[in-house]
Write a protein that binds this ligand. Sequence first.
Ligand code: SF4
Ligand code: SF4
Length: 242
Amino acid sequence: MTVLINFKICDNAQECSGIEACPTGAIYWNSDDKKITIDNSKCISCMRCEEACPSEAIRVGKNKTEYEAIKKEFNEDPRKISDLFVDRYGAQPIDVEALIKEENVENIINTSNMPVLIEFFEDDSIECLRRSNTISKLIPGEKIIYKKVELREKSLIDKYNISKLPSLLLFEKGAIEGKIEGFYDTEHFEELKGKLLEIINKANNEVNEDCPCTWPGCPRHGKCNECQEDHHSLGQETCCGK
Ligand code: SF4
Ligand code: SF4
């Protein structure tokens, strides 16, 4: 039995779901090498690690033929690990420019003439990159400043009444315009995006004149899949039911 990891699509996170799922410790975090490591002698082929990895980076070869086929597939995989290393909500910061210190938060939110979106996190709230949503895809084209801050003291948690980490807070001229608390994984991309657009639109005070709904912050406008007109959607998809 051989467990393989495709490191072309794995961020090698200590918070790996495969490690969490493994009942025998066969897949574990090697703190010396700082790497997810496999001890195949402990593997009982339960497949839980394979099922737990959201990016299908972990595969279990049950015999030599399967092992060779998986190895070949991984070798020929054209994806690159660098594609994964962009800033994502809930994950380890990638862009050091976006990372600010606690003591600089107030200065940035008070002096910026653009809305500032700040992600608050702590060591324990960091999730796997693969499970986390890319910030640039969540707020495409939005004129806002995005920063991340690691909380080491409780003062900002108390000050901004944060109950769960990670949290996204949108500030405009020093005041909180909206807050999204807790982690949203890639399966909840649309939900997170909708919540973000709602608070951004509210901060920008944008009203879509074409929309029949009366909610000024409505994030769900778009071309209807059925009638091809622009209108408010009933759910995640814009579908007819005006
Ligand atoms: S869960 Fe994340 S860290 Fe673990 S193998 Fe999959 S991609 Fe890698
Ligand atoms: S197949 Fe089961 S025992 Fe083997 S590494 Fe994966 S989770 Fe652990």
